[in-house]
Design a binder for this molecule. Structure first.
Ligand code: AP5
Length: 231
């Protein structure tokens, strides 16, 4: 019994050490590891409340991808109570974008940590500006596919106001939702044009299952070997 317990603790320590060692790699070394892995990297884009998280959850269940939401990574940093977390909280509360380097570092580290077991990455809510896209491809790896959920501001607002009744999220209130939509149109929508060739636009003003059917078609095309065109 004790023997098994020590063996378990030993392997947990080794795993923790491996993760720590990987995080000590330089950004260039991390990028090399990620590029070599040749795993699909799918950017999931859309305005606030467009259903990115909902669809990613279903994709994880069907394809076993690793889901990394930039918003969730930032909220985890806020929860940690760190000084960085305090700055991030103010930015999120205002509906503005958190500085690029912060988001990119959190994403890169999360990708490296799950690299060995991953079947591919769903990057939810990143890139939110063209510069984030450029830096990711320079410093991490190329993205394979971009999925963009298209819907009206009215529907996004309705969904978020409804969610705000129970979510407890500091940004699910009328004033911040307006600012999030404005930030989205100003900074994030140009990313869709940037990825014209690799981007698949999906009508997200339908039921969750109807949307998911279209999302799966795009993912299955990738699995059938359809090569994304470079921009
Ligand atoms: P983030 O957490 O990414 O929030 P968001 O983009 O505003 O999107 P949400 O998570 O609110 O919505 P979602 O699209 O995932 O929709 P969901 O599936 O939950 O970012 C928050 C903040 O962090 C940003 O404002 C920014 O400050 C910062 N940040 C994040 N990433 C950053 C980056 N890259 N750079 C800089 N800063 C960054 O669905 C919403 C609701 O609708 C749910 O209640 C759901 O049940 C419902 N719903 C979903 N689909 C449907 C459907 N088809 N029909 C009816 N209801 C539906």
């Amino acid at each position: 019994m004790f023997h098994l317990m020590y063996k378990f603790m030993d392997s947990m320590q080794r795993l923790a050490q491996d993760a720590a060692d990987k995080l000590n790699l330089t950004p260039a070394e991390m990028a090399e590891l990620l590029a070599k892995s040749n795993l699909p990297v799918i950017f999931v884009l859309g305005g606030p409340g467009s259903g990115k998280g909902t669809q990613c959850e279903k994709l994880v269940a069907k394809y076993g991808f690793t889901h990394l939401s930039s918003g969730d990574l930032l909220r985890a940093e806020v929860e940690s109570g760190s000084d960085l977390g305090k700055q991030i909280k103010d930015t999120m509360e205002a509906g503005d974008l958190v500085p690029l380097e912060t988001v990119l570092r959190l994403l890169r580290e999360a990708m490296i940590t799950s690299l060995e077991t991953s079947k591919g990455f769903l990057i939810d809510g990143y890139p939110r500006e063209v510069e984030q896209a450029v830096k990711f491809e320079e410093q991490v790896c190329p993205c394979t596919l971009v999925i963009y959920f298209e819907l009206s501001d009215e529907v996004m607002t309705q969904r978020l106001m409804k969610r705000g009744e129970t979510s407890g999220r500091v940004d699910d209130n009328e004033e911040t939702i307006k600012k999030r939509l404005q930030t989205f149109h100003e900074h994030s929508q140009p990313v869709v044009c940037h990825y014209e060739q690799r981007c698949k636009t999906i009508n997200a003003e339908r039921s969750v299952d109807e949307i998911f059917e279209d999302v799966c078609k795009e993912v299955d095309n990738l699995k059938c070997g359809e090569q994304p065109a470079a921009e």
